[in-house]
Design a protein around this ligand. Structure first.
Ligand SMILES: N[C@@H](CCC[C@H](N)C(=O)O)C(=O)O
Length: 310
């Protein structure tokens, strides 16, 4: 019988961007990239677009400097085991986990991420479901995250950004929401193809750490829909930071930059897994509201993980 420590986990999602949540309050676990990839494997593991380790900020070297502002740190990994700075859907699911575990109450809280501290509001009741007709429990109500300001680097010395899939190319906007995004407006989301491989992004020098790529179409006034290919995870059903990047790029395209107009602007962003509502204020702060659901709780067999890793 294995003597390896038990590894409790939960499974959750935000607009069907799904995560394995691993509580590790004292930061004792060492999860290698290979272990994360194995756990996130949809056939041989638990399955998820990413893994979220829940660590006390004071117990993590990357978060200690934020411990006075946020008790908890979101250690986010993509499904291939790579580290990401930020996950917009993940941070809502993280907040939902804290609420469910009795570590936070509905209302306001702050969470430390590699992109900095994010302020979060957990609605006290179910409020508006993001899918019409969907039954939601009180604990499934919307969560709002203050996502910080977008950075929009202009064209670098190597020129404008281009996204290519097969024979087609589109100009794209470089938007950084703590993590990198290339946002391309297309005529039809099907033009992005099966997205089994990462779209080519030129010039590579614009994204030294790689990038997430969003494809966007208009749905109506202040309403768009998108698909995403995530760095480190492939095509997912949603990306919160990606939806924020899309909102900001669309507002600039529409001449609705709040810093210029002096008015906040709100867009509805449909993703394959649901709907996010995103606003930008005149000071550039972006806020995202969407659902976050915990669906299961269990224990990873340490013997399996050990054997799987050889
Ligand atoms: N799905 C996330 C983004 C996760 C990180 C991303 N793949 C990256 O590597 O930057 C979201 O909801 O924002």
């Amino acid at each position: 019988m294995s003597t390896a420590p038990r590894l409790p986990f939960l499974k959750g999602h935000g607009t069907e961007n799904d995560f394995v949540i691993v509580p590790d309050p004292d930061g004792r676990l060492e999860l290698s990239a290979a272990a994360v990839a194995r756990i996130c494997d949809r056939r041989a593991g638990v399955g998820g677009d990413g893994l979220i380790r829940v660590v006390r900020s004071s117990a993590h070297p990357e978060a200690r400097g934020m411990a006075d502002r946020a008790e908890w740190f979101m250690d986010y990994r993509n499904s291939d085991g790579s580290i990401a700075e930020m996950c917009g859907n993940g941070v809502r699911v993280f907040a939902r986990y804290l609420q469910r575990a009795g570590l936070a109450e509905a209302g306001d809280l702050a969470v430390a991420t590699r992109a900095g501290v994010r302020r979060i509001h957990i609605a006290k009741d179910a409020g508006d479901a993001t899918r019409p007709g969907e039954a939601v429990a009180a604990s499934d109500g919307p969560i709002t995250v203050v996502m910080g300001r977008a950075a929009l680097p202009g064209p670098g010395p190597d020129g404008e950004i281009t996204v290519t899939v097969g024979e087609r190319s589109w100009p794209a906007r470089n938007v950084n929401m703590g993590n990198p995004h290339a946002v391309a407006f297309v005529d039809d989301l099907a033009q992005a193809g099966d997205l089994l491989a990462a779209p080519a992004v030129y010039p590579a020098s614009a994204y030294p750490e790689g990038t997430n790529v969003e494809f966007v179409v208009d749905r109506g006034p202040r309403h768009v829909a998108m698909r995403v290919h995530e760095r480190g995870s492939g095509e997912t059903r949603s990306c919160g930071t990606g939806a924020c990047a899309v909102m900001v790029a669309t507002a600039r395209r529409d001449g609705a930059d709040p810093a210029v107009t002096g008015h906040p602007v709100t867009y509805t962003v449909d993703v394959p897994g649901g709907r996010l509502v995103i606003s930008e204020r005149p000071d550039g702060t972006v806020e995202m509201t969407g659902p976050a659901v915990i669906v299961a709780e269990g224990e990873i067999d340490p013997a399996w993980l050990g054997a799987a890793l050889g």
